[in-house]
Design a protein around this ligand. Structure first.
Ligand code: WTA
Length: 637
């Protein structure tokens, strides 16, 4: 495939950016013209942020899988769509061509139809990182069902919350998943989750680990059995469902600063156009490159840059089932060498964790195929940036520091590999079509450079979220209320004299633990469930490898308990209720929390105490009980 809209120079970028801001509708419709449509749109854009309402390519009809698969069959059918590297390096890897992907997606689409899944139905997917996960997601898209993929590190309760919120009557899972030396019993976790979701009609189970599972008669169906009963000739003939541009493509749950995770909704056409455009430009993908995004498909990075962005571009997308440190810390480098990876896209937390193993893991690994490195999910510190640049990139690969969010669908601020300048720790410039700005606390636009402010967007791009599932008002309040007629990202940013943005981190109560997005309120809710705990306040603090870690200030009910026992119980509960990815690294028992006279917890003070910034705690005289601060400082972990 050839990408005529690929930006090739800084000058090109500047001109295109200018054009994209002058006439966004013309700009995006020119890009959208390069896709396969059943019917062309009759209006490019309709929007207002205060409601909010955003619609792109209105009246257009398409199916995203025809753009991600069928259109590549003409000239590119035998090219690998997916290279899959298993958890165990001794197991054979798989290469799946576009032709094979087409066949499998059609087969599973037919299976889903047979199970009764219809257009608009929600399907929850809880699987390990195997090609069948991508196939399952695309099969849903093929028939117009809305997938809701849940990351394999979440617990039964988190799954059932998500299934209930979306009222998903269908689940696709595996018997188990390999993760380093462990096997996770996914089906058993699903069974547990479904005890509170009796409305679920069918569970389709892919056999991966041959772990023993209980199959519920009438509800559970083996993937291989029903697939083998399906006639491939008929399956291949069934046309893909015709979808409206604005029909939902998927729901992905993500944490906010309050309450339970929200179901971010993305729609078919806008999301497709945006992930494709950002993929091709940020990574400067050229045909036959092997693109290796190490994220899990359970997160937005996997949705956009393992599945939809790369496949819509006819790219080869490498999927890895395992973890970076198993069987040893050279695993990424072995994979790069073995599959001649050209683009490596990973998270700062993975880089920092690999840094602790020194340089031995690089021995005898040929990394000369690498052309572009990428970073995503949290700010990358200078030391990690240089290490990545020197040891993975051998000082010859640009690093794209890509800033974006589940809500934005794709990358909004990033340098374009080798095309626009890079600057360590800076995401740099917005992509064409992205009108970023900084706001101050009082709601004024910050026009000067070398200033910090709240990062907002003033014009929609095709990949912006449309709503939060089942609660549009929540979407408005969370993203469109703080600043009038702007999308508020929840991040703070600094803009330098060149107009380059450096993301300073969240300004709300969302944590990024090893790149995983977790809300402090969710963590507090679980901690407070313990019968010996009265209340708690959770904040993040700087962690060398994870980026941020959890510090919990906990008030217990006066029962004499061995503190470490209680700590273990708290962490056990977090794992049970949210998932094994969440653990409170520090738990301090306190007799009370610093509160204002109106009862509001002063998190600002707790954050400073957690970070060890004890000199300047700010004004504590307005607190209900100022003495509590002294006590907390004394007992600091
Ligand atoms: C943070 C991940 C600094 C940011 C794609 C954002 C980043 C949140 C970067 C979204 C980056 C993401 N530099 N911070 N390059 N990329 N973030 O929804 O705080 O899991 O708001 O999406 O990650 O996290 P999410």
């Amino acid at each position: 495939m050839h990408y005529p809209y690929q930006i090739k120079s800084l000058e090109d970028y500047r001109n295109i950016y200018e054009r994209s801001v002058q006439d966004p509708e013309l700009f995006w419709s020119d890009i959208a013209d390069h896709f396969t449509w059943r019917k062309k749109w009759n209006r490019v854009l309709q929007w207002e942020f205060h409601t909010p309402k955003v619609e792109w390519f209105i009246g257009g009809k398409l199916n995203i899988t025809e753009n991600c698969i069928d259109r590549h069959l003409i000239h590119h059918a035998d090219a690998p769509a997916i290279i899959w590297e298993p958890n165990d390096p001794n197991e054979k890897f798989r290469k799946i061509s576009y032709r094979e992907l087409h066949r499998e997606v059609c087969m599973v689409a037919a299976v889903l139809r047979k199970l009764g899944v219809k257009k608009g139905d929600r399907v929850c997917i809880y699987m390990g990182m195997i090609p069948e996960l991508t196939i399952a997601a695309l099969a849903c898209a093929r028939i117009g069902a809305i997938h809701s993929i849940v990351f394999g590190g979440f617990s039964a309760e988190s799954i059932s919350d998500r299934i209930q919120d979306a009222h998903a009557e269908f689940v696709i899972c595996c018997d188990g998943a390999y993760r380093g030396s462990k096997i996770i019993d996914l089906k058993a976790i699903v069974d547990d989750a479904l005890t509170s979701c009796s409305f679920v009609k069918k569970v389709l189970v892919y056999q991966r680990t041959k772990t023993e599972v209980t199959m519920h008669t009438g509800r559970d169906v083996w993937w291989h059995e029903i697939r083998n009963e399906t006639d491939s000739v008929t399956a291949l003939q069934i046309p893909a469902e015709e979808m409206d541009s604005e029909d939902p493509l998927f729901i992905l749950y993500t944490s906010g600063s309050t309450g339970k995770p929200k179901g971010v909704v993305h729609t078919c056409a806008g999301y497709m156009v945006y992930t494709h455009y950002s993929f091709v430009n940020v990574f400067q993908y050229t045909i036959d490159d092997v693109h290796f995004c190490t994220a899990d498909i359970g997160w937005i990075t996997g949705h956009s840059y393992i599945i939809y962005g790369p496949l819509s571009a006819g790219a080869t997308s490498l999927m890895f089932e395992g973890i970076p440190t198993w069987p040893d810390a050279g695993r990424f480098w072995s994979i790069v060498d073995k599959h001649q990876v050209n683009i490596l896209y990973t998270a700062p937390t993975a880089i920092r964790s690999l840094m602790t193993f020194g340089l031995v893991p690089f021995q005898n690994k040929n990394l000369s195929s690498l052309k572009v490195l990428g970073s995503v999910g949290e700010p990358i510190n200078e030391e990690a940036w240089h290490w990545y640049h020197e040891h993975a990139g051998k000082n010859k690969c640009p690093i794209v520091d890509t800033w974006w969010q589940t809500e934005t669908g794709g990358i909004l601020i990033s340098n374009l590999a080798g095309v626009t300048p890079e600057k360590p720790t800076f995401a740099t410039l917005p992509l064409p079509g992205i009108q970023a700005l900084l706001m101050d606390e009082d709601g004024h636009v910050i026009t000067e450079n070398n200033k910090i402010g709240y990062l907002c967007m003033k014009f929609p791009w095709p990949g912006i979220m449309r709503t939060t599932y089942g609660n549009h008002e929540l979407c408005r309040r969370t993203y469109f209320e703080k600043f009038t007629d702007l999308y508020f990202t929840g991040d703070g940013a600094f803009r330098d004299e060149n107009g380059f943005y450096r993301i300073t981190g969240r300004v709300d109560d969302v944590l990024k633990i090893s790149g995983h997005r977790i809300g402090t309120a969710e963590v507090e809710n679980v901690i407070n469930m313990h019968p010996d705990i009265v209340e708690s306040a959770v904040v993040g603090y700087h962690h060398e490898i994870k980026g941020q870690a959890i510090y919990a200030f906990v008030v217990n009910n006066g029962h004499k308990r061995i503190e470490n026992e209680l700590r273990n119980e708290i962490n056990h509960n977090l794992s049970e209720h949210i998932g094994p990815i969440v653990k409170a690294d520090k738990i301090q028992f306190v007799s009370g929390l610093p509160k204002t006279r109106s009862g509001k917890i002063m998190r600002r003070i707790l954050r400073k105490i957690a970070e060890g910034e004890l000199e300047n705690l700010g004004d504590t005289t307005t607190l209900l009980d100022p003495a509590i601060v002294e006590e907390i400082i004394k007992g600091r972990q």
